[in-house]
Design a protein around this ligand. Structure first.
Ligand SMILES: *Cc1c(COP(=O)(O)O)cnc(C)c1O
Length: 402
């Protein structure tokens, strides 16, 4: 009997077919294994499995078949050797930092990272002696200049929240590797449907599975994609001792979410581009931030790096005479919505709108917010799958009645 060769499959196929391991019942949809423990075939086998000398599940904190399927499928989509999942996006970052860093090490981060990431690395890890520098991620020369002998990790997010700044992944990877450090990219906004940072030199891709991977706003999840060696030797030991384990049910939801990731991202991005163009011409709108618009400062880079697509998140500023009026007008737009949701989440099929200056960036001083560009008139839209005409009409309710 000749051995069957596994066919090389396209990413669309992998999104629905990778890591399908059927039980004896032959279920077509992936099984959900809700179990915290596993029965060992023998005491010897149990000993070998606990020692890591034999494949096999031992305990729910360490691994689960449904969780493993999600990890394998996400790794396939990112083009990574391996993936390890966590209970949330933030706990994926914690796992990465606990695995890679020790007291005295230095991290360079974008200053436009997700707010909790800045707090975790800049404040919480500082208590354990980890140094950090926060820089503009579009200023490649500043990153190069910030490298020190103890720099271990460079960490960027592209596009960023809420102003959709795009960084040059290849350029940052070169700086990291020149310094003997690693580059991690938070790929939450673009997802592997649009951007695969490992093909551009990133060593680690971090995900909040809570967002587009789930895609319908149901569960929390996180993941790191990396080499098999980093996953097995650096991250898995942290998972085993610290226990930021992804729940099997949540893994199952996100696993099924991956099946529709590509078509959701493309449909939601098409809606976002059309909405950005409409907002750009609206008399009540001062400025639109969206990588798919030619007016975006990194438009060309974004198109090259993100499969010719701007993604599904945009932000815009309402026209106003001063910050007070801007805030009142932004609130008026949000309070006039009848269809879309006022919610700080993103990555849902339902369009979600937020006022960053009073929510995600509410703890900053007005001066810090000005530097960050998160002004009072700014509204973020995570565009969903509703009809474009209904989205426009819902925004126009407020925009046309200042
Ligand atoms: C939401 C988010 C995170 C954190 O993920 P959680 O799943 O909420 O812990 C990290 N980065 C980005 C860009 C995010 O949007």
């Amino acid at each position: 009997m000749s051995e069957q060769k596994k066919p090389t499959l396209h990413r669309d196929t992998l999104a629905v077919r990778e890591a399908v391991e059927r039980s004896q019942y032959g279920e077509n949809s992936e099984a959900l294994y809700l179990t915290s423990g596993y029965v060992q075939p023998s005491a010897e086998a149990g000993a070998r499995r606990f020692a890591g000398d034999e494949e096999g599940f031992t305990y729910g904190r360490y691994g689960n078949p449904t969780v493993a399927s999600f990890e394998q499928r996400l790794a396939a989509l990112e083009g990574a050797e391996a993936c390890i999942s966590t209970a949330s996006g933030m706990s994926a970052i914690l796992m990465m930092c606990m695995g890679l860093l020790k007291a005295g090490d230095h991290v360079i981060c974008s200053h436009s990272m997700f707010g909790s990431t800045i707090k975790l690395i800049g404040t919480d890890l500082a208590k354990f002696g980890v140094e950090s520098s926060f820089l503009s991620q579009t200023d490649v020369a500043a990153w190069k200049a910030a490298v020190k002998p103890n720099t271990r990790l460079l960490f960027a997010e592209t596009p960023t929240n809420p102003l959709t700044e795009v960084c040059d992944i290849r350029a940052l990877a070169d700086i990291a590797h020149g310094a003997g450090a690693l580059l991690c990219v938070d790929n939450c906004f673009a997802t592997p449907a649009l951007q695969r940072p490992m093909t551009l030199g990133a060593d680690i891709v971090m995900h909040s599975g809570t967002k587009y991977l789930d895609g319908q706003g149901r569960v929390m999840a996180g993941a790191l994609c990396a080499s098999q060696e980093l996953v097995t030797k650096t991250f898995l030991p942290v998972l085993k001792s610290a226990g930021m384990t992804l729940a099997p049910f949540n893994a199952w939801v996100v696993l099924k979410g991956l099946e529709t990731l590509d078509i959701r991202m493309r449909a939601q991005s098409a809606n976002a581009l059309a909405l950005a163009q409409w907002l750009q011409d609206h008399p009540s709108v001062a400025r639109v931030y969206y990588p798919g618009l030619a007016s975006h400062p990194q438009h060309a880079l974004a198109m090259a790096q993100q499969a010719g697509c701007g993604g599904a998140v945009l932000s815009f500023e309402v026209k106003a005479a001063d910050p007070e009026q801007a805030r009142a007008r932004a609130f008026h737009v949000l309070d006039s919505l009848q269809v879309m949701s006022l919610s700080t989440n993103l990555g849902d099929t339902k369009t979600l709108l937020a006022h960053p200056a009073s929510t995600s960036h509410g703890r900053l001083t007005e001066a810090q917010r000005q530097t960050a560009g998160v002004v009072q008139g700014l509204i973020r839209v995570a565009v969903g799958l509703e009809h474009l005409g209904d989205i426009q009409a819902d925004l126009d309710r407020g925009l046309s009645t200042f």
